[in-house]
Ligand binder design. Structure first.
Ligand code: AMP
Ligand code: GLY
Length: 423
């Protein structure tokens, strides 16, 4: 069977890598892919991005199944287009993807279905937004309604920052249409975790838990990024908390969407904030897997992913169980100089070692142009595996030491929360 993975990041490299391990797979195409997927003989990059053109390619090549990585094609309706043409694809429709593509949609959905989340209001009027901030005080969180490639959330610790964020989005239109409406919500304190499940329309299959590190610098300092490292499992998600999240957040979300007339299929990712008493609230939904969470999760998945995907598109996820490597997987992102504001392109990358049983390197913004080069912000995600968090971390950092590109930025403390818990 032939498979298509849509996207070009570390998440897509990890998905394609895992799919290609299946004995049932002849070829995994990646559109457009990156320097890592280009170098793997079992994968083939395809330089097509338009959904209609991709659907043509799928028919021409007799590709049996398509898996979509990023949110942009999902929000643009790639699943609707493929299904209309009778093609098998795993992901949410454009309507279902609103859970991620509109913060206002997600918030009013959660409110309507009593899903725990921060208190909020939505504004398009500048003065009303400023008044609300003055009334609520800081800290407070300002979110652009639409997709803003990770730049749409300002966690304002002061009133000054909060007012400035409103001006940036609503008055100065710095985020374009995405910031034409803003959600202003209560600041939640606690520890974050990523809770990702697969949904086939009615059945829900949870993946292994994980935890991301959003800030650029050690000790969770510096600007927000797409994610600088993630590990799986996340010890904060105890079996009790897992059951509670399923009961209070995931089940009501899938059922609530169905009640609202929108059948959810695809990966559903709830970004959780867990307070000091262990109570979870939903910070956001994504309708895709996380990046970099996917990389450690795929490194731990033992079950054949092609079989899992087939169950997902056929509506039979209730008939399988997933098997996980018992080890911890820790993915550490190496980012380009200047990331996240202005990543420098063109630096040469050297020294990536071959995959071993305890370390694998996934590519993101890389391309082979004579030599392997940096093409954007997040460049590589090095995933170490080990019996403990510490050993997984050691394996990842040993590999990072061998890799070189000028200006490489990476955090030295990925996994600190899990390490603290063990002591
Ligand atoms: P989001 O894209 O909505 O997940 O927001 C990006 C990041 O901002 C999250 O991962 C959190 O670190 C932070 N954040 C979002 N909403 C809140 C909130 N209500 N309280 C505190 N931090 C938040
Ligand atoms: N790592 C966070 C995300 O994918 O949204």
């Amino acid at each position: 069977m032939k498979i298509l993975v849509v996207g070009s990041g570390g998440r897509e490299h990890a998905l394609a890598w895992k799919l290609a391990q299946s004995e049932r797979v002849q070829m995994v195409y990646v559109a457009p892919g990156n320097g890592g997927t280009a170098a793997d003989a079992r994968l083939k990059n395809v330089n097509i991005s338009d959904p209609l053109a991709l659907a043509e390619f799928v028919k021409q090549e007799h590709i049996g199944l398509t898996v979509v990585g990023p949110e942009t094609p999902l929000a643009a309706g790639i699943v609707n287009i493929f299904r209309d043409q009778g093609l098998k694809i795993f992901g949410p429709t454009k309507e279902a993807a609103q859970l991620e593509s509109s913060k206002d949609f997600a918030k009013s959905f959660m409110q309507r279905h009593a899903i725990p989340t921060a208190e909020y209001q939505t504004f398009s009027d500048v003065k009303a937004a400023h008044d609300y901030i003055a009334q609520k005080g800081a800290p407070i969180v300002i979110k652009a309604d639409g997709l803003a490639a990770g730049k749409g959330v300002v966690v304002a610790m002061s009133l000054e920052e909060a007012h400035a964020a409103v001006d940036m989005m609503l008055s100065d239109n710095k985020l374009g249409d995405a910031g034409a409406r803003v959600v202003i919500e209560e600041f939640l304190a606690g520890e974050e975790a990523s809770f990702i499940v697969m949904v086939d329309g009615k059945n829900i299959l949870p993946l292994a838990t994980s935890q991301d590190h959003k800030r650029l610098l050690d000790n969770d300092q510096g600007p927000n990024t797409g994610g600088m490292g993630a590990y799986s499992p996340a010890p904060i998600v105890t079996p009790q908390l897992h059951a509670r999240v399923m009961r209070e957040i995931i089940d009501p979300t899938v059922q609530g969407m169905a009640k609202d007339g929108i059948v959810f299929t695809g990966f559903l990712y709830a970004g959780l904030m867990i307070d000091d008493h262990g109570n979870p609230k939903t910070l956001e939904f994504n309708c895709r897997m996380g990046d970099p969470e996917t990389q450690p999760i795929m490194a731990r998945l033992k079950t054949d992913l092609v079989t899992v995907m087939e169950h997902a598109v056929n509506g039979t996820l209730d008939t399988i169980e997933l098997e996980w490597d018992r080890r911890t997987a820790m993915g550490i992102v190496m980012a380009a100089a200047g990331y996240p504001d202005a990543p420098r392109k063109g630096d040469l990358i050297s020294g990536i070692p071959a995959e071993t049983v305890d370390c694998v390197t996934f590519h993101a913004s890389t391309a082979v142009d004579g030599q392997l080069k940096v093409t954007g912000g997040r460049v590589l995600c090095v995933v170490g595996l080990g019996d403990t968090v510490k050993v997984a971390q050691k394996h990842a950092y040993e590999t990072i030491e061998k890799i070189h590109f000028d200006g490489a930025q990476y955090r030295r403390d990925i996994g600190w929360r899990a390490l603290n818990k063990k002591h």
